[in-house]
Design a protein around this ligand. Structure first.
Ligand code: AMP
Ligand code: ZN
Length: 141
């Protein structure tokens, strides 16, 4: 789906925040909502969203990002303590090219279970001089 079409569609997470669509709420405060992902990678897979609509990390202000990450930490602790998950993945699919389907910034908090047989993405090796070249482009000065 292209970016223009995604941004035109009514935001399903805003509808959840406004109570127009039901959700299984894990946590809610004035600024942030956490609810179960309807198609979990593992049971307990939770989405943490700012209540204000931002499409991605770059759009969101720092205060909002801090508020959201604090709740990611709380949710992650709950998964570890109450689901006996030894770990979890906290992930943002930032933009459609990174797999983002719902255009409202959200963190996936995915409990990882022993032997759940999930694997992360494949990794590559740097070619000669490639690390230096890319570093020159992205180094923050
Ligand atoms: P992403 O690919 O990062 O945009 O992920 C969007 C996530 O939202 C997917 O994992 C979906 O399963 C989840 N999702 C979509 N609609 C709903 C809904 N109504 N309630 C809960 N989760 C949803
Ligand atoms: Zn939204």
């Amino acid at each position: 789906m292209n970016d223009k079409l995604i941004n035109f569609m009514p935001c399903i997470f805003c509808k959840i925040i406004n109570g127009e669509i039901p959700s299984y709420k894990v946590y809610e405060d004035e600024n942030t909502l956490a609810f179960l992902d309807i198609n979990p990678v593992n049971p307990g897979h939770t989405l943490v969203v700012p209540k204000k609509h931002f499409s991605n990390i770059e759009e969101a202000d720092e205060q909002t990002l801090c508020q959201v990450i604090k709740i990611v930490k709380k949710v992650g602790a709950g998964l570890k303590n109450n689901l006996a998950a030894p770990g979890y993945n906290a992930q943002v699919n930032n933009d459609p090219s990174a797999g983002q389907i719902v255009p409202h910034l959200h963190f996936h908090v995915i409990p990882r279970l022993e032997n759940d047989c999930l694997s992360l993405w494949p990794q590559k090796k740097y070619k000669k001089n490639q690390a230096e070249e890319v570093l020159n482009k992205i180094k923050i000065k």
